[in-house]
Each structure stands twice: as structure tokens, then as C-alpha cells.
Design a protein around this ligand. Structure first.
Ligand SMILES: [Cu+2]
Length: 158
């Protein structure tokens, strides 16, 4: 009787455990997180990173927050008759076995109501939240615009 109960409990665990095995936070790796330096007085900046999904199903980044910012939104850029505009999005999909890039001119984390200026050389903690509620904390490196990895549009202005 007890044996049966125990084996059915174990069987139950076997069925349950795979569900917990791969949270989105476990499946998704983050590389190159950085945020743009802003001069004193400006309280809005943008954060960028690359999300790699090692898992076998699609995941979605659904929210982000930081103790250094009053609010963080997920944004994308759209081309509105030749004018680049930012627009909030509900989530950013990360295809299984693929990646999602947050970079200047595309998806980004809109860092709003910054509590102090972002200075290059410092880091900013950001917590990413995925569709299943799992979370991942990262440290974004603050970069001056002259150090940005994506220099194309800068070169045009100088
Ligand atoms: Cu934005």
C-alpha cells in the first residue's frame, strides 16, 4: 500500500519536474549589456543587449526594471514616413535557438526617471522578466556615445 503510494508519488514527480526544468531565465543568456551615458539633467536613457535562447521553445522578454530608474519600458523604433519614432511594445520575442538584439535604431530598454546621471565606467543593475515570470539580473556597462559599438549614425554627424 505504502509502496504503491510512494511509487505513484515518484511517478508524479517525474512528470512534474520537466515543467520546472527550463524556465525562460535558464534558457536565455544575455551578452553585451550596456546603457548610454547621459549628461546631468537628463533623466532618460536607453539600454541595449543581446538575448540568446538556448531552449527548444520561443521565449519573450516582457518587462524590465532597475533600482536606478523610476520606470523601464520595452521600446522599438518604427520608420514613420522617413522619421524614426519610438514605440512601446508588449514584449520582445526570442526565437528558440536564436537571438533578439536590442541595439540603437531597433529594440531597446527605455530607461526613464533616472535617479542619478549615468556615467561611463559605471554599471547599472537591470532585472529582466520573461513570459513565465522568471527573472534575470544583469549589470549594464555605461558607455559614452563615443564608445558605442554601433557607430554608423554617429559618423554621419561628425
Ligand atoms: Cu525608447
Amino acid at each position: 500500500m505504502y509502496k504503491q503510494l510512494i511509487s505513484s508519488l515518484l511517478l508524479g514527480l517525474c512528470f512534474i519536474s520537466p515543467v520546472f526544468a527550463g524556465s525562460a531565465a535558464d534558457d536565455v543568456d544575455v551578452s553585451k549589456p550596456w546603457a548610454r551615458e547621459v549628461p546631468p539633467g537628463l533623466t532618460t536613457s536607453a539600454g541595449f543587449l543581446t538575448l540568446h535562447n538556448k531552449g527548444s521553445k520561443e521565449h519573450r522578454l516582457v518587462a524590465a526594471e532597475s533600482p536606478a530608474a523610476g520606470m523601464v519600458e520595452l521600446h522599438t523604433h518604427i520608420n514613420d514616413n522617413g522619421v524614426m519614432r519610438m514605440r512601446p511594445v508588449d514584449d520582445i520575442p526570442i526565437p528558440s535557438g536564436g537571438m533578439a538584439e536590442l541595439k540603437p535604431g531597433g529594440y531597446h530598454l527605455m530607461l526613464m526617471m533616472l535617479k542619478k546621471p549615468l556615467k561611463s565606467g559605471q554599471t547599472m543593475p537591470i532585472t529582466l522578466e520573461f513570459e513565465d515570470g522568471s527573472k534575470k539580473e544583469i549589470q549594464a556597462e555605461i558607455l559614452h556615445f563615443s564608445m558605442e559599438r554601433n557607430m554608423q549614425h554617429m559618423n554621419k554627424e561628425h
